[in-house]
Design a protein. Structure first.
Lengths: 110, 897
């Protein structure tokens, strides 16, 4: 997948973050690693938009943040999915699945 | 709940910055460490981590912005929820102290209600703009005779035409002739005959006002030409509704007015009530024939208003009109002394007389509100001492002082808003009652209503009140000393600062009360003076029936016979003591002003003859109204004798003309000698004076009587008649009998009004009476509020010092001394307040000068009475708590807490 195609898909960053946080509360670095590992490097994600999205989601009430202590004993900001965030994730997930299915139906050889 | 707790911690912009930096640093460090573990050197690892991150600074700035917004959002939400908490808490607190709450709410309701009622009246009458387009351009204009010192005289219709033709700074100018109960026309032809109230208008009238009809059209200029044959009329909205059932096809139909057909051109809008609420028709002045109102310059009967050209100033209009009047004075001999005009804004002219009184009322009622504030503040203060423990507890639990102040203010504003709502409900009745009490003696009362502006006033008044009376206790709560109040609250000691504050409140309250009572006292004394004025007649048991004899049915000299016949018939009605008639009853018109030349006066070239109003009266009029002849005699039936010049011909007046003058005229023109037997020249005729009558108050109770002349209506006949009858019993009970006697002469005679002289006098003093009643009411309120405030503070003092008083009594202090101590304290505060109040009253009451009659604003008698009554009331208010103090059981001193 080339870079131009990636730009189009950036809107899905929110749903990836919400999905990631649905497992457990984690800090920004962990979210970043988790997504990279899950996509096995297919999607190249920069961290700057990831952090922007995290704070944007906090403002929208989808996640809440609080300071905690990381694995290596440092102060880290932990994000937790809120009830609003969970609802948002469900909506986005199903929308995304419908979208992806539609794209696949076009791409599948007849 | 963790997030809720978190929000208690305020994030400042610097903590936000630190947090953002820390979060991003953590990420970079963690990534670098991971890459070092993978085998990269630390430098390589770091630059790779940064590369992977992307635009770090952009992200940093963006995150800060978002976090700041989150924080603001949270603060807003927090303060809303705090407010909700405060209100809920406030309601709970108020419910727990129902007596306090009820007292406070009623006090505020009284203050806000009274203010709203008075404001609604003052707003409608004084502040609201006139209901015409660009009302600020409208001015009232009078003819002025500077030599005679008469600066506001109504205008001659002839002069008005010249003014209109020669104007340069005025968009238009128009006049009207309207007299309440005087300018009317008989309406016949459909149902009962009815006397309609008419404003007779000049061509410029409607264009000057800038009003348009709701239906049909306004008269054209060519329908208002003097001597023209057009008889047209415009209906008032109210008359159209009541008489024609709002039928739209009334336009262009014809009705019979005064025996002649008039075409109805249109119907005005409901808000068009100028020059009076009572106007039912507007008819061109041109329809009045010359023989009814001569079109000569000395007949000055029209009220005139003008509209300034856009951009023109009042000064330019004045200049314009003065230039015109000077030209007319130079051209026409009869205008020699009339080379000036007085111009003032129309709104001022309409409300001028009443403005002072109303503003005084507004000030007085504002004082009442202030006193209500002080009373509630002192109530709150007493409570806040009780609540000091609660405040201390909350402070120790971590509430900020600001939060406590806000909570207390919320509580007081809650109180004031509830009180205000109750007050506004009361004000709706109050403002109606005020208008009714004014008995039609206030202009523009139709504009008085509780509209948006008035409600806004009430809300603001309530809010300001709440903050005002809540502030002192709230700020005091903030200064609560934790340690001290936790300690003291248990022992019931009074902190010094609280005591000082309360004393200050009482002193200022007494001062306010004194100002109010001084105002009320002055007004009451003035009103008593007014009622004591010798009117020159006895108004009790006098019935007045006003009507106009119809000259189109009683042509030629016939109306004189009708007049004679009606008086004679009424005289036969049993139950009447005396019967007479006059064209203008006292307080119902001021005669016809004409010039006269008394014996011995020779006029030089430019001299103007003196003028005086001439009243048309019947024989026996003075005896009927209870006036006294100083000299000579009044008219008898013989003075009006009529006989036929030739047998069979209609009878004409055949007596000798004669005049009666009042004492003022006799003293001015025939000082030191008898006026009887002297003559006055009216026009070209010398007429002998046969009697001098005492001075009769004709225009107002306040103003001294001016010279006046009386002539027998049989000699110089007028068709406007006020038949006056002195009755044995209740005058209005005789109304039907008198009316039937009049109808026995002419069944179609319309009656304009039936009333009593007591009503005339009542209306003449209605304004001062209203002012007296209201100022008296506010004065009483002030006295009561002041007494209650004093009582409250002293009772509080006694109850909080019970232990100390008990100790004193136990140590042998006589109970009398204890009583004296409390009363002395009350009187001391009162004396201080009274002193301040007297000074303030002295400074303020001079604004009352215009509304006072026969009393100086500094009347020492009033001030002395006020001091005595204030001290007396204060003494009583102090005595009750003092007695309680004197009966304190000394054992209390030894009781443990």
């Amino acid at each position: 997948m080339n870079r131009d195609a990636m730009e189009l898909l950036q809107g899905t960053l929110d749903v990836l973050i919400l999905r990631t946080l649905a497992w457990q509360p984690m800090h920004g670095y962990a979210v970043s690693r988790w997504i990279r590992e899950r996509t096995e490097g297919t999607i190249e994600i920069e961290d700057a938009p990831l952090y922007k999205a995290l704070h944007r989601l906090e403002r929208a009430g989808c996640v809440s943040a609080e300071w905690g202590v990381s694995e290596n004993n440092r102060r880290a900001r932990y994000y937790r999915l809120t009830a609003t965030g969970r609802r948002r994730l469900r909506e986005e997930e199903s929308a995304w699945r419908r979208y992806a299915a539609a794209v696949f139906r076009v791409l599948e050889p007849a | 709940m963790r997030p809720r707790l978190l929000s208690l911690i305020r994030r400042t912009s610097s903590t936000i910055r630190q947090d953002v930096d820390a979060e991003l640093q953590f990420h970079i460090d963690a990534r670098t460490d991971a890459l070092v573990r993978d085998g990269l050197t630390r430098d390589e690892a770091r630059s790779r981590a940064l590369r992977e991150f992307g635009d770090l600074e952009d992200a940093r700035a963006y995150i800060r912005r978002v976090d700041t917004a989150i924080e603001q959002q949270r603060r807003r939400r927090d303060s809303m929820s705090e407010l909700r908490q405060d209100i809920a808490y406030g309601f709970r607190t108020l419910r727990r102290a129902p007596t306090f709450t009820l007292t406070a709410i009623l006090t505020i309701a009284l203050g806000v209600g009274a203010n709203t009622a008075i404001f609604s009246v003052v707003h409608g009458i004084v502040f609201k703009p006139l209901p015409f387009p660009q009302p600020e351009q409208l001015v009232k204009v009078w003819s002025a005779n500077p030599t005679a010192g008469s600066m506001q005289v109504t205008v001659s219709a002839v002069d008005l035409d010249d003014w209109r033709a020669q104007r340069t700074q005025l968009a238009d100018i128009g006049g009207w002739w309207y007299a309440d109960g005087g300018s009317g026309i008989d309406f016949t032809g459909s149902g009962d005959p009815q006397r309609l109230s008419v404003a007779f208008i000049s061509p410029g009238f409607f264009p000057t006002l800038g009003v348009q009809p709701a239906l049909g059209r306004l008269p054209r200029e060519d329908e208002m030409i003097r001597g023209g044959n057009d008889r047209v009329a415009v209906l008032s909205h109210g008359f159209w509704q009541s008489r024609f059932g709002s039928q739209r096809n009334i336009v262009d139909s014809t009705i019979t007015l005064g025996g002649a057909p008039y075409r109805i051109l249109g119907v005005m809008k409901p808000e068009m009530r100028f020059p009076s609420d009572r106007v039912e028709l507007w008819i061109p002045f041109s329809t009045i024939p010359d023989n009814a109102t001569p079109r000569i310059r000395p007949v000055r009967i029209m009220d005139v208003m003008a509209r300034l050209k856009p951009g023109a100033t009042l000064a330019q209009a004045r200049q314009d009109l003065n230039a015109i009047t000077q030209r007319l004075a130079a051209t026409y001999q009869e205008n020699t002394n009339w080379g000036a005009a007085t111009v003032m804004p129309l709104a001022d002219a309409i409300t001028g007389d009443v403005r002072r009184g109303l503003v005084a009322l507004l000030a007085a009622v504002g004082f009442v509100l202030l006193m209500a504030c002080v009373n509630v503040a002192s109530l709150l203060l007493a409570r806040s001492t009780i609540r000091e423990r609660e405040v201390a507890l909350r402070l120790s639990l971590g509430a900020t002082p600001g939060r406590i102040v806000r909570q207390m203010l919320t509580e007081s504003v809650l109180l004031s808003l509830i009180g205000g709502a109750v007050g506004v409900a009361g004000a709706t009745f109050g403002s109606r009652a005020l208008v009714t009490m004014a008995s039609g003696q206030l202009p523009r009362t139709s504009e008085v209503q509780l509209d948006g502006t008035v409600l806004l006033f009430a809300v603001i008044a309530s809010l300001v009140t709440g903050v005002l009376f809540g502030l002192a206790p709230a700020l005091r709560a903030r200064g609560t000393d934790l340690q001290a109040s936790l300690r003291e609250a248990g022992r019931g000691l009074v902190s010094r600062s609280g005591q000082r504050l309360r004393t200050g409140l009482v002193v200022s309250e007494v001062a306010l009360a004194v100002v109010l009572i001084v105002g009320a006292g002055l007004m009451t004394r003035s009103f008593i003076q007014l009622l004591g004025v010798d009117l020159g007649f006895r108004p009790d048991k006098l019935l007045a029936v006003n009507f106009t004899i119809n000259t189109s049915r009683h042509t030629g000299q016939a109306h004189r016979l009708v007049y004679r016949e009606m008086i004679d018939r009424v005289r036969t009605v049993p139950g009447l003591v005396a019967v007479g008639a006059v064209k203008h009853a006292p307080f119902r018109g001021n005669g016809e002003r004409i010039s006269f030349v008394p014996d011995g006066l020779t006029l030089g070239g430019g001299d103007q003859a003196p003028t005086a109003p001439l009243f048309h009266i019947s024989d026996g009029y003075f005896a009927t109204i209870g006036a006294r002849m100083i000299e000579g005699r009044e008219y008898t039936v013989q003075d009006g004798a009529m006989s036929s010049p030739t047998p069979g011909a209609p009878p004409v007046f055949s007596g000798t003309p004669s005049l009666i003058v009042n004492q003022a005229l006799a003293e001015e023109h025939f000082p030191g000698t008898s006026a009887v037997g002297k003559t006055l020249r009216l026009g070209q005729t010398r007429i002998p004076i046969i009697g001098v009558v005492n001075n009769i108050r004709q225009t107002s109770v306040e103003e001294p009587v001016q010279p006046a002349m009386y002539i027998n209506n049989m000699m110089n006949s007028r068709v406007g008649v006020t038949l006056v009858a002195r009755t044995r019993g209740e005058p209005l009970a005789m109304a039907n009998a008198v009316r039937d006697a009049i109808w026995s002469v002419d069944r179609e005679q319309t009656i304009t009004s039936i009333s009593t002289f007591d009503q005339f006098v009542g209306e003449a003093v209605a304004r001062p009476r209203l002012l007296t009643i209201l100022l008296g009411l506010f004065g009483t309120l002030g006295l009561v509020l002041g007494a209650v405030g004093l009582y409250g503070v002293l009772s509080y003092l006694v109850s909080s010092r019970q232990r100390e008083i008990g100790v004193r009594i136990a140590l042998g202090a006589p109970r009398g001394a204890v009583l004296g101590m409390v009363v002395r304290r009350g009187l001391l505060m009162t004396a201080a307040g009274t002193a301040v109040g007297l000074v303030v009253a002295f400074a303020l009451t001079r604004y009352l000068r215009d509304v006072l009659f026969g009393v100086e604003p500094t009347d020492p008698m009033t001030y002395a009475l006020v001091v005595v009554s204030m001290l007396a009331v204060a003494g009583i208010a102090s005595a009750i708590p003092a007695r309680r103090a004197a009966t304190v059981d000394p054992a209390i001193a030894f009781r443990s807490e």
